[in-house]
Ligand binder design. Structure first.
Ligand SMILES: NC(=O)c1ccc[n+]([C@@H]2O[C@H](COP(=O)([O-])OP(=O)(O)OC[C@H]3O[C@@H](n4cnc5c(N)ncnc54)[C@H](OP(=O)(O)O)[C@@H]3O)[C@@H](O)[C@H]2O)c1
Length: 448
């Protein structure tokens, strides 16, 4: 039994049942409501499997008077998070309220008080994850966050535990369901970006304000969490290079398909030159690549270990019920008191590994241009590539009357050089438009 459980059984008043674990819930929305429902509906199953009974002691929400899909007994409902965090009778604090503040302050306090914390909060962990892991380590309690990345897909525990003895070279993932849905619909139905986004919102995948998804912030936060765990190095979302999907339309996707590629918003963390590459950007993947077949709102992550080779994890990346299952798994582990939850990601084992600048990355890229359709123009465009030492692998040109679409695939070249080419092309009067630059991933990043 965990130290915390022993402590809580020493409270004044009637002697509590030592097999009961008291949960304090911060938030009772999409995920929190489902945690409550599953706790009720699966109560016997959980007790049978764990030998413990999980009971909700207190639930904090923003507005007590709001109608709730899953009812909460009024005597346990509060509108002050401190009433949960400071409650002596709470054994495990479960943060499913989202946002950075006040969740950050609540979690810090709970850990400092020696209470294990379960959280699904990618935004908070993407910013303060390494620091909170250190605090959990020094406080000797667990910080569990399986649900913060990939919804119901188990990723943190396999990385922390099952694969702890392997050296992870790379993590390549589709970590945002909204953008994957939009890219899939543009690819399969030829929908415009706006149509696909509206459909995602209608289905409830995208937020009313979807910018966090579209500009790659959401995926960057999740990648920072995965990289911190996989490489035992503190990585925050701020350090992740980020480029969203707003510039991509059905035309670019159709050209990519002709060339044998799918367009995916990939989150990539990989070892390179003694440091780490951490980037989120739209990427061309060969149509045969395992991640190219991940459709709609599904998420998937390819973990490449030195000894294991690539392992694919895939499943629902969000949704109240799937996410709540994983939150409950963390609660059960926290209640069981096995390990500290922070193991083996402890402050003492964090390695100093610099996150490398994107400009030094060497990959092939694909550029989409619209140029004036007259003789000699292409020679001028090609000269810019030559002067920046970026060699071209293939060219597709299609006349549209006054202008022509040109799709250029480069050989491997430093990203910085490709960006210089793009700036120079933008300034040329024969170039009507420069579309998105899509980096190409033919295979998983090799150990560098
Ligand atoms: N939804 C998903 O599919 C999913 C998947 C993976 C991870 N997550 C993560 O899980 C967390 C929760 O997401 P969600 O979708 O469940 O959010 P949500 O539906 O918006 O629920 C948030 C809950 O927190 C409560 N709350 C907000 N501010 C509060 C405050 N200051 N004090 C006390 N309670 C407060 C709200 O109270 P009221 O009910 O009174 O408004 C609500 O019950 C987020 O970190 C999210 O990123 C969500």
């Amino acid at each position: 039994m965990s130290e915390r459980l022993v402590r809580s059984s020493r409270r004044a008043g009637p002697r509590p049942d030592p097999g009961v674990v008291h949960i304090g819930l911060l938030g009772c929305g999409t995920v929190g409501g489902e945690v409550l429902r599953l706790l009720r509906e699966h109560a016997d199953l959980i007790t049978h499997r764990t030998g413990r009974r999980l009971e909700v002691a207190k639930v904090a929400v923003a507005r007590r008077d709001k109608p709730r899909r899953v009812p909460v007994p009024p005597d346990r409902l509060v509108d002050d998070g401190w009433a949960v965090v400071q409650d002596e009778g709470v054994d495990v604090v479960v943060e499913v309220m989202g946002g950075v503040e006040p969740a950050y302050t609540y979690i810090r306090r709970a850990l400092a008080l020696g209470r294990p914390v379960v959280t699904a909060n990618k935004r908070l962990l993407g910013t303060h994850g390494p620091e909170l892991l250190r605090l959990a380590d020094t406080s000797g309690v667990g910080l569990y966050f399986e649900a913060a990345v990939g919804g119901a897909i188990p990723l943190i525990k396999p990385l922390r535990e099952s694969l702890a003895a392997d050296r992870i070279h790379a993590i390549t993932g589709i970590l945002n369901g909204t953008t994957n849905y939009i890219l899939t619909r543009m690819s399969e139905e030829g929908w415009t970006f706006e149509h696909a986004l509206a459909a995602a919102q209608e289905h409830g995948f995208a937020e009313a304000d979807p910018d966090e998804d579209l500009d790659g912030h959401d995926a960057a936060a999740k990648l920072a969490i995965l990289a911190t765990v996989a490489f035992h190095a503190p990585v925050t979302a701020e350090q992740v290079y980020r480029d969203g999907i707003a510039a991509i339309g059905p035309r670019e996707i159709a050209y990519a398909r002709q060339l044998g590629y799918a367009v995916k918003l990939l989150a990539i963390a990989a070892e390179r030159d003694g440091g780490l590459d951490c980037r989120v950007h739209p990427t061309l993947l060969p149509l045969t690549h395992p991640l190219a077949t991940i459709r709609d709102e599904r998420n998937a992550v390819l973990v490449t270990g030195a000894a294991t080779g690539p392992i694919l994890f895939s499943g629902p990346g969000a949704g109240g019920t799937p996410t709540a299952v994983v939150v409950l798994g963390d609660i059960i582990e926290a209640a069981d008191g096995r390990g500290s939850g922070a193991w083996p990601v402890r402050d003492s084992t964090f390695l100093a590994r610099p996150v490398l600048p994107i400009g030094d990355l060497v990959v092939p890229s694909c550029l989409f241009l619209e140029v004036v359709d007259r003789p000699g123009v292409f020679a001028k465009v090609a000269a810019v590539f030559g002067e920046e030492m970026v060699s071209l692998a293939s060219i597709v040109q299609k006349s549209r009357g006054e202008t022509a679409d040109v799709v250029l695939m480069t050989h491997e070249a430093p990203d910085g050089a490709v960006q210089r080419v793009v700036s120079r092309l933008r300034a040329m009067d024969v170039v009507a438009a420069v579309g998105p630059v899509l980096r190409v991933q033919e295979q998983e990043p090799r150990p560098g």
